[in-house]
Design a protein around this ligand. Structure first.
Ligand code: HMG
Length: 387
C-alpha cells in the first residue's frame, strides 16, 4: 500500500515587503538581497495572523475536498507557539469542525517540525489505512528590524492531507536522519525574535545535507542521477542553491541541468514569501509541482533541516494526475494580491505584532472575506474568527 500526500494547501498573510525597498532602507546594495541572499519579497504577518490562524487558512484550501470523518490525526508543527501548554492544533481542530475522536497535538524541532509530523502521519496511516491525517506547518520567521537576519524573515503555513493511495506524492520507505545538540539558531521563551549564529547555521545546514543525502543514497543503493528533483528547506533561496551545488558537484551535464532546472522551479514561492520555518520545505515542493513540469513517477528527494539541529533526507514518487490537485493560479493570485508595505509601515506592523493585544481588546482583520484571524484574548483565552 502506498501512503503519501493527497492534498496540499498554502497560506501566506496579505502584506509584504519588497527587498529592493528594504535594501535601500538598510543602506545595502539591492543585489545583495536579490542575488546574494536570493529573495525578492517577504510576507509580513500583522497582529491578527499567528500559527493557528495561518494553519486554519492553509487547510481551508482543501478541506471541502476531503472526507472529514476519516481524519484520525491532526499534527501541527510550529516554532511560533501561541501557548506553553495547550496545543495550537486544538484551535485548528475546532475551526475545521473535525470529530472529537481525532488525536491531535503539536510538535517542535525548529524547521524540522512539519517533517516530524509527516513521518508520524505516514506511520499512522500505514497502521490505520482507512483513516487519514492532516499535518500542518505554520510559522512566522522573526529576527527583528535592522538585524542581520531581517532579510530572511517571512510568514505562512502549509497544510497537507496524508492518506493511503495518495493523489500527489507517494512517500517511499526509509529515511536518513542526523542530529546534533548545537546552538546555531534558537528562541528563548521570553523572546519573540530568534537568536542566531547566522554563518555557522549555514555551514551546519550544508554539512547535514551532505551527511543525510549520502547516507540515504547508500542505504537505498541510489545514484544522484536517480533523482528527477531535490527540494530543500529554504530559509532563503541561496541556501538551497548552495546545497544543490553540492548535490551535483560530481555529476555530468545532463544530471546537473536537470537538478538545476527543478531547483529553479522549487524556489519560486519561497523567493516571494520568505522563510516559513516548518513549512518551507513543503512550500518548495508545492513550488516544484506548480512550476516544474515533472512527469508522473518522478523521484523527488526532500531535505529537511531544523536548527538545533536535526536533518533528514527522504523521498517520494509523483503520482499520475498530481497536477489536478494543485492550483497555481490561485496561489499566484494570493501572492499578487498582498499589499506592499513601505518600510516604515512594515516596521510598525512588525513591532506591533511582537506584543500581545491587551486582554479584552477585539482585533479586526483587514484580509479578504473567508480568512480566519486571531481576534485577541478574552479572559486570556485566544479567540479565532473568520472574516
Ligand atoms: P550576511 O552577513 O548579511 O550576508 O548574512 P553575507 O555578507 O554573508 O552575504 C550573503 C551573500 O550575499 C554572500 O554570498 C555575498 O557574497 C553575497 P555567498 O558567499 O553566501 O554565496 N553578496 C552579494 N551578491 C551580489 N551582489 C552584491 C552582494 N553583496 C553580498 N552586491 C545570513 C547572511 C544568511 C547569515 C543572515 O541573513 C542570517 O543570519 N539569516 C538567518 C539565519 C539563516 O537563515 N540560516 C540558514 C541556515 S539555518 C536554517 O535553515 C534553519 C532556520 O530556518 C531556522 C529553523 O530551523 O527553525 C533558520
Amino acid at each position: 500500500m502506498q501512503v503519501g500526500i493527497d492534498k496540499i494547501g498554502l497560506f501566506t498573510p496579505n502584506k509584504y515587503v519588497d527587498m529592493v525597498d528594504l535594501a535601500h532602507a538598510r543602506n545595502q546594495d539591492p543585489n545583495k538581497f536579490l542575488i546574494g541572499i536570493g529573495q525578492s519579497e517577504m510576507s509580513v504577518a500583522d497582529q491578527t495572523q499567528d500559527a493557528v490562524s495561518m494553519g486554519i487558512n492553509a487547510t481551508m484550501k482543501y478541506i471541502d475536498r476531503i472526507d472529514k470523518d476519516k481524519v484520525g490525526l491532526l499534527v501541527l508543527g510550529t516554532e511560533s507557539g501561541i501557548d506553553q501548554s495547550k496545543s495550537a492544533s486544538l484551535f485548528v481542530k475546532t475551526a475545521l469542525k473535525l470529530k472529537p475522536e481525532v488525536r491531535t497535538f503539536e510538535v517542535k524541532e525548529a524547521c524540522f517540525g512539519l517533517t516530524a509530523a509527516v513521518m508520524i502521519a505516514r506511520d499512522f496511516v500505514r497502521v490505520h489505512p482507512d483513516q487519514t491525517a492532516i499535518v500542518i506547518g505554520s510559522d512566522i520567521a522573526r529576527y527583528g528590524v535592522n538585524t542581520g537576519g531581517e532579510v530572511t524573515q517571512g510568514a505562512g503555513s502549509v497544510s497537507m492531507l496524508i492518506k493511503a493511495d495518495p493523489k500527489i506524492l507517494a512517500l517511499n520507505d526509509g529515511h536518513s536522519a542526523y542530529s546534533e545538540d548545537i546552538n546555531d539558531f534558537w528562541r528563548p521563551n521570553a523572546s519573540r525574535v530568534a537568536m542566531v549564529d547566522g554563518k555557522y547555521s549555514t555551514q551546519v545546514y550544508l554539512d547535514f545535507f551532505k551527511k543525510t543525502f549520502n547516507d540515504y543514497k547508500k542505504q537505498k543503493n541510489l545514484e544522484t542521477s536517480a533523482f528527477d528533483a531535490i527540494v530543500y528547506h529554504l530559509p532563503f533561496t541561496k541556501m538551497g542553491l548552495k546545497a544543490n551545488r553540492i548535490a551535483v558537484e560530481d555529476q555530468d551535464q545532463a544530471v546537473t541541468e536537470n537538478l538545476e532546472t527543478s531547483f529553479e522551479a522549487s524556489k519560486q514561492l519561497s523567493r516571494r514569501v520568505g522563510n516559513i520555518y516548518t513549512a518551507s520545505l513543503y512550500m518548495s515542493l508545492l513550488s516544484l509541482l506548480e512550476n516544474g513540469n515533472l512527469a508522473a513517477g518522478s523521484l523527488i528527494g526532500l531535505f529537511s533541516y531544523g536548527s538545533g539541529a536535526m536533518g533528514e533526507f527522504y523521498s517520494g514518487s509523483l503520482v499520475e494526475g498530481y497536477e489536478k490537485e494543485i492550483d497555481q493560479i490561485k496561489d499566484q493570485a494570493m501572492l499578487d494580491h498582498r499589499k506592499k508595505l513601505t518600510i516604515s509601515e512594515y516596521e510598525d506592523v512588525f513591532n506591533t505584532a511582537l506584543e500581545d493585544p491587551e486582554d479584552g481588546v477585539v482585533l479586526e482583520s483587514d484580509d479578504k472575506e473567508g480568512t480566519w484571524y486571531f481576534a485577541g484574548t478574552q479572559g486570556h483565552v485566544r479567540q479565532y474568527k473568520v472574516k
